[in-house]
Design a protein around this ligand. Sequence first.
Ligand SMILES: Cc1ncc(COP(=O)(O)O)c(C=O)c1O
Length: 181
Amino acid sequence: MPGFEIFGDEERKEVQDVLDSGVLFRYGFDQVRNDHWKARTFEAELAERMGVAHCHLCSTGTAALSIALASCGIGAGDEVVIPPFTFVATMEAVLLAGAVPVFAELDSTLCLDPGRIEEVMGPRTRAVLPVHMCGSMAHIDKMVHEWWGDKDDPHDPYGNHSYQDNWILMECMSDFLKKKL
Ligand SMILES: Cc1ncc(COP(=O)(O)O)c(C=O)c1O
């Protein structure tokens, strides 16, 4: 199976720590877990590595998408802009939230074209869910700058946009075996 060849002593030790403690849960059992908080430690290290304030481990990438949408309060009657070229979990998560997926155009990178997203945005749009595809990075910086500008720059042309102070940026990742980080 691809991936097995990179397991070494370091990885075996991390797994063995958990097996030795007998505690497979991320919470509780403080007295017997030998001070191993693998999930919490991973979250802290990943947040530092990514330069973000918060990081939360979930069971799958699909669960992460659902949790992200739910935590933004997205639900019935809302619309979420997504790319038409993606994995099925993108639209499943939107539908599971009770919202409606709306497709916007791609560009030659096979990711959402930032210049074509506003064409499909309307009063019900609550989120845009770009997806990095096939090794190509979605144009996150461009979208963030174009729509919300630089909050700290008083001369930013987008600085007065009505939704500038009212947005959340989240990133979901799947650590499924064949994923490249
Ligand atoms: C773009 C994209 N989103 C979400 C997922 C779902 O991730 P998981 O398989 O960890 O649920 C995948 C999995 O292939 C994916 O490619």
